[in-house]
Design a protein around this ligand. Structure first.
Ligand SMILES: C[S@@+](CC[C@H](N)C(=O)[O-])C[C@H]1O[C@@H](n2cnc3c(N)ncnc32)[C@H](O)[C@@H]1O
Length: 270
């Protein structure tokens, strides 16, 4: 099993996630499983169908609640103002949408854009009976083909979602397309802990404890084994920054959180 922990250093595995490689091989990775490129999106949808109702609870248990701090910080970095229009790609159960909503207020708009209806239904339940109902909208769609016109949003963000998108560069290109010039991109994603010992403990926690907790709370450990795997396949912070620059974002910076377990990337559409 510990061989799996070496995967952090396998650049080739991470490259397999890039659009050009997916086009060449017509295959993608769902965790460590190689699947037909066009099949991945269905697998991801089924995956989130299974976890949707317990998604928020599992996040809180698995991260000891820290995910809320990461999310709050990632929204604060955007300096949103009342009236701003925000696209929350892979918005799921809507945590980031609601946090963005506190800044843009009712003169603004937040769109939670997600491929999975079950996840968004949980989010809808959360905002029912709150002021967010008036200006947070849920739109079902694929991050690779965002169903909004060019130059529509002041900010586009994605939290713990881009890993699941088959063609991640296409996803970021779409976010860039729908941003207004000067609009901001934010990506919050899991990454590789910096400290070796901490990483070792994190690996053991991820490969053993997370699937176990999944079995106890959701009735299956598979989605959490898969989560652990996808994190290790995702570009490292420097690699992701290079991808964002290549796509055309400027002022690209990133900030590591909790020894690098999560990273916030930020960029601007020129
Ligand atoms: C791990 S959840 C993150 C949800 C939320 N952003 C958060 O931080 O709690 C990932 C979300 O990405 C969505 N997703 C996966 N692939 C997608 C795609 N191609 N297009 C849009 N949403 C997608 C899933 O349905 C799921 O809701």
């Amino acid at each position: 099993m510990l061989k799996k922990t070496d995967l952090w250093s396998e650049e080739d595995k991470r490259q397999a996630h890039l659009d050009s490689r997916i086009e060449q091989t017509q295959s993608a990775f769902f965790g460590f499983e190689k699947v037909a490129a066009d099949e991945k999106v269905y697998k991801v949808r089924r995956h989130f169908d299974r976890v949707a109702r317990r998604y928020d609870l599992m996040n809180t248990l698995l991260s000891f609640g820290i995910h809320y701090q990461w999310k709050r910080l990632s929204i604060r970095i955007l300096n949103l103002k009342p009236g701003d229009h925000v696209l929350d790609v892979c918005g799921g159960t809507g945590d980031l949408s609601m946090m963005a909503g506190r800044y843009v207020q009712k003169t603004g708009l937040v769109v939670d854009y997600d491929i999975n209806r079950e996840m968004m239904l949980v989010g809808k339940d959360k905002i029912n009976g709150t002021a967010f109902r008036d200006f947070i909208r849920f739109v079902q769609g694929d991050a690779e083909k965002v169903s909004f016109p060019d130059n529509s949003f002041d900010a586009a963000l994605v939290g713990f979602g881009i890993r699941n998108v088959t063609r991640i560069e296409q996803g970021f290109e779409e976010m860039r397309r729908v941003l207004k010039p000067g609009g901001q991109l934010m990506c919050l994603e899991f990454s590789k802990p910096a400290n070796r010992l901490f990483r070792r403990l994190y690996d053991i926690y991820s490969f053993y404890f997370m699937p176990l907790l999944g079995r106890l709370v959701v009735g299956t450990g598979q989605p959490y084994a898969c989560l652990t795997e996808t994190i290790r396949m995702f570009p490292l912070p420097e690699e992701l920054a290079a991808i964002l620059k290549r796509i055309g974002f400027t002022n690209v910076t990133y900030r590591s959180l909790t020894n690098g377990i999560a990273v916030i990337h930020h960029g601007t559409k020129a």
